[in-house]
Design a protein around this ligand. Structure first.
Ligand code: IFM
Length: 435
């Protein structure tokens, strides 16, 4: 088994969360988000649950951050609807919260890794077209400036947007996330506008002298179910893995993406590509699983996911650690060369239960150390990886799955809000301390 010593001394180990998933959105003057609107529609979210109370981290953040002692860094996000409840006016109490939070992170010797947007768009902006409206770039630019003006002096690193694929494709084409559309034109516009909003925020933050700016993308390993399914697998790869990194690093959409999206992209989209491909200081990589792809009937992109016999998480996702090294190798070769990479999310959900004050979750420890071994292998192959964040610190609101899926290293009882560190948490901490 690998040890802490297999990683460079300055390599950062941390845990990640996001605002809407843990804070409790009914506190502190936060406005409704697109997720509140989505959850109010019957059948969209398990039990119609929202992030209204979540883990009550808004009130319990000091004790939650204590649990991170022994790690190097903490990745968190700022809720757009907490800072700008109606998308326009600023809620000072929201900024005050993030001000206190950053100080509390630093007080524990942790490096704060900020993600500006992790899916909590104000509902009011959603009614004005959300990510389909080109104006979202300036709305997001305003929000980014307001946050950075308040806490930018103390965050070591800033990501603009978490998982553009989820913000656009999963939410506007597949319909699984807010706003729940299944419309290729809406999806194409959202894809492009997420990138444009990223570009706008990068420009505004650079103008303010903010350093260490990046973006967080999700990637999935993949294989064709049979050799005949290779073209379908290539379409999957283009949409899931390359639709954002290629514009960001090469200023163009992948060809298989254009085959489907060209008629639906906003007019004159080409004119935005030089802004979108402005340099990044680092890239965040979120990796969880591998998909097995088959051809499907129907219109582009006509692929489907096949079932496999691989071991699975509570989400039903295949456990395939090697895919992380494969992804990192692909990124290095095809896109980023030496650009610093952080693994900004990696983790698994399991149906964890507390027995006599203990949560025994060997599957999660195996998942964690299995993936860390792949990070180490990718480093040995020359990938410039500078840190790893486990997803997630706490069990939390898993979006359309409500509170049923448990990704945390810390168990949360959603009735009493009691926290119980799982055995994987103790395993990670003792591994970090070299024991
Ligand atoms: O919980 C999510 C997170 O918000 C974004 N990345 C994937 C995680 C697990 O589904």
């Amino acid at each position: 088994m690998i040890t802490r010593k297999d990683f460079p001394e300055r390599f950062l180990f941390g845990a990640a969360t996001s605002a809407y998933q843990i804070e409790g959105h009914c506190f502190g003057g936060a406005g409704p988000t697109i997720w509140d609107s989505f959850a109010a529609q019957p059948g969209k979210v398990a039990n119609g649950e929202t992030g209204g109370l979540a883990c009550d981290h808004y009130h319990r953040y000091e004790a939650d951050l204590d649990l991170l002692k022994g790690l190097d860094a903490y990745r968190f996000s700022t809720s757009w609807a907490r800072v700008m409840p109606d998308g326009r006016a600023v809620n000072q109490a929201g900024l005050d919260f993030y001000d206190r939070l950053v100080d509390a992170i630093l007080a524990r010797g942790l490096q704060p890794f900020l993600t500006l947007y992790h899916w909590d768009m104000p509902a009011e902006l959603g009614t004005r077209g959300g990510w389909e409206n080109r104006d979202v770039a300036s709305w997001f630019g305003d929000f980014s400036e307001i946050v950075i003006d308040r806490i930018g002096d103390r965050v070591g690193s800033t990501a603009t947007i978490n998982e553009p694929w989820c913000v656009s494709w999963l939410s506007h084409f597949l319909g699984h996330h807010a706003p729940g559309k299944q419309d290729i034109s809406a999806a194409a516009r959202a894809v492009h506008h997420v990138l444009l909003a990223h570009a706008e925020a990068m420009e505004r933050l650079r103008d303010r002298g903010q350093q260490n700016l990046g973006i967080v993308l999700n990637f999935e390993a993949f294989q064709p179910a049979t050799p005949q399914d290779q073209p379908a697998a290539a379409r999957f790869d283009a949409i899931v893995n390359r639709m954002f990194i290629e514009p960001l690093k090469k200023g163009r959409y992948p060809k298989p993406v254009l085959e489907g999206l060209t008629p639906h992209l906003p007019e004159n989209w080409q004119d935005d590509m030089s802004r979108i491909s402005a340099p990044l200081d680092w890239l965040g990589v979120n990796y969880y699983t591998r998909q097995t792809i088959s051809e499907a009937e129907g219109p582009w992109p006509n692929y489907t996911m096949a079932q496999t016999n691989a071991p699975k998480t509570q989400m039903g996702w295949d456990i395939y650690p090697e895919g992380l090294a494969e992804t990192l190798q692909m990124l290095k070769t095809d896109y980023v060369e030496d650009l610093p990479i952080y693994i900004t999310e990696n983790g698994m959900a399991w149906d964890d239960t507390v027995h006599n004050g203990t949560v025994d979750d060997p599957a999660r420890s195996n998942y964690l150390f299995g993936h860390l071994a792949q990070v180490s292998a990718a480093q040995a192959d020359g990938a410039n990886i500078q840190g790893y964040f486990y997803w997630s610190l706490l069990d939390n609101y898993e979006w359309a799955f409500g509170y049923e899926k448990r990704f945390g290293m810390i168990h949360v009882d959603f009735e009493t809000l009691e926290r119980v560190p799982k055995n994987s948490y103790y395993a990670f901490k003792s591994w970090l301390s070299g024991q």
